[in-house]
Design a protein around this ligand. Structure first.
Ligand SMILES: [Zn+2]
Length: 314
């Protein structure tokens, strides 16, 4: 089957689909970024064929209701792709080992582009979000896991291994003695950044120190009310995030770092982390202010689906 490429993204609205573990969301964006249509349905559990047909039905309905045809389709996927285009590391395990992009292209009658959730976030925020217009953007998800994506001059950086931005599985830098060797990570290593900076990691660290079972939001609320144990947990977290982002600044020197995901709801991070990262950003002993901006995502939970729509842009 020969697939015609979609029309240039500048001429037609663009369709984005965020394929999540519990829901599949589709959006149609006008060339200027306005949302024209949006729908969210439950992800068929454990049924690959049903997932394909659900995505195809969403695209067909969006185009029918808007009187469109042949829009570009970008898909935000869990996990990553192998060289052969097979999904791996997806939490929706029925996707693993499947040629998702190929099968969706067949189902939709047009090529599709795919990227993982952190890359879609980075593209969304760099295109028309909190980092719009910035030359180099590093966008971080601090959620159930920790991932990141890199956009340079409006284009997503991928790399020959598809790994650009997978900083969550680097070790926590400048680790303290009490942080060695660090928690075991599902990836097989110990002490990965994800094992310290995910939402569950913050909750675990707080429980270890206080015996209390609180989530990130609850820890933030209690700290604001003056709870010393919660305050100490957030200060440990802020130190770890500052060290981890200083590592990124030394390597990539992004203009803007965007925070998203559940833990980014702690607004104090935007103030406290830049106050701490200067100690670790390379300066040769001459303390120059760090110009990197740390901001919260503008589109929040919508960045995944919006970034998917922008995968054909440019
Ligand atoms: Zn890991």
């Amino acid at each position: 089957m020969t697939l015609a490429s979609p029309s240039p993204a500048s001429a037609l609205p663009a369709i984005g689909v965020d394929l999540g573990g519990t829901k599949i969301e589709a959006i149609v964006l006008a060339p200027g970024g306005a949302s024209l249509w949006r729908e969210r349905v439950a992800t068929p559990a454990g049924d690959y064929g049903a997932i394909l047909s659900t995505v195809a039905n969403l695209v067909a309905r969006a185009e029918a209701e808007l009187g469109l045809a042949g829009c570009s389709v970008g898909i935000g996927t869990p996990g990553t792709s192998t060289h052969a285009g097979l999904i791996k590391n997806a939490n929706s395990t029925c996707l693993n080992g499947q040629p998702l992009a190929h099968d969706l292209a067949q189902a939709l009658g047009r090529p599709v582009r795919t990227a993982n959730d952190a890359n879609c976030l980075a593209l969304s925020e760099a295109t028309d979000g909190a980092a719009a217009g910035a030359p180099v953007v590093f966008a971080v998800i601090l959620g159930t896991g920790v991932g990141a994506g890199v956009v340079v001059n409006g284009a997503l950086l991928s790399g020959p291994n598809g790994l650009a931005g997978e900083w969550g599985h680097n070790p926590l830098p400048w680790g303290h003695a009490t942080e060695q060797p660090g928690p075991t990570c599902y990836c097989g290593q110990r002490g990965c950044i994800e094992t310290w900076l995910s939402g569950p990691a913050l909750a675990r660290d707080h429980a270890v120190h206080t015996g209390e079972a609180l989530n990130a939001q609850q820890i933030g609320t209690r700290a604001a009310q003056g709870d010393a144990g919660c305050e100490a947990s957030l200060q440990r977290y802020e130190s770890r995030l500052a060290r981890s982002l200083a590592h990124v600044i030394n390597l990539l020197d992004p203009d803007v770092i965007v925070l998203a995901g559940g833990v980014s709801g702690l607004e104090r991070l935007l103030v406290n982390v830049p106050q701490r990262w200067g100690e670790f950003v390379f300066s040769g002993g001459l303390k120059d202010p760090v110009r990197t901006r740390l901001v919260k995502s503008l589109h929040g939970d919508s960045s995944g689906v919006r970034g998917a729509a922008w995968l054909w842009r440019g």
